[in-house]
Design a protein around this ligand. Structure first.
Ligand SMILES: [Zn+2]
Length: 212
């Protein structure tokens, strides 16, 4: 999943407005941020495939540290511990849940490549095998979350359209040449989207109080 993860960021921002939106944007993709780094380091492995037109063109055959169930729980727990140094228990818990939400939403769309432990017992409900409903779900999550957080924000609607365009391009057209280049593009993309969310949110909220 890609754009749909940000729906969780918007929803949690509504629940606890003092968490900066950029932090939630990073949290919901944190598992993929670490995945990008581990792909670049050669620790986790993937290969480009043309077999899955209309969904992620990657065969994710080895990602036990980021996308296994214990891995996702571990990254969420780490997020909680680190955030606790800076902010309240409630905000830290929400950020940790945002990190964990990544695995749950990935579970819906991924083909069975999410290990229940180590690199074994892989699960995934494979909605990506049905590209149009999968994309519709992601769009509904983004705009549903946005609507819940902030109705009528043209800036975030434009940002959503932009993310969607990138996702459609990457899923339908062979623009990702190697897993490592894909990892760099994702990493830069996640940072830029968090920065854009921060900019839009500050523009919209004026001087709302923020923690962390
Ligand atoms: Zn993921």
């Amino acid at each position: 999943m890609f754009i749909g993860h940000y729906g969780v960021a918007f929803a949690f921002k509504r629940v606890e407005r003092r968490i900066p939106l950029w932090l939630l944007f990073v949290a919901v993709q944190f598992v993929d941020v670490v995945w990008s780094v581990l792909i670049l380091l050669g620790v986790e492995k993937a290969r480009i495939t043309r077999a899955f037109r209309g969904s992620l063109p990657l065969d994710l055959y080895y990602m036990p540290y980021t996308h296994s169930l214990p891995g996702a729980i571990g990254w969420s727990a780490l997020a909680y511990v680190v955030c606790r140094f800076f902010t309240s228990r409630r905000a830290s818990l929400l950020i940790a849940l945002a990190v964990f939400s990544h695995w749950i939403l990935d579970l819906i769309v991924h083909r069975p490549d999410l290990p229940l432990y180590d690199n074994a017992r892989k699960v995934g409900f494979a909605l990506w095998n049905y590209p149009v409903p999968a994309l519709a779900l992601e769009v509904a999550l983004y705009f549903g979350g946005l609507w819940f957080y902030r109705k009528g924000s043209a800036g975030f609607a434009v940002l959503g359209a932009f993310i969607l365009a990138i996702q459609v391009a990457a899923f339908w057209f062979p623009i990702l040449p190697t897993p490592k280049i894909a990892a760099v593009i994702f990493l830069v993309g996640y940072i830029q989207l968090a920065a854009a969310a921060n900019w839009l949110d500050r523009k919209n909220s004026g001087s709302e109080p923020q923690l962390a």
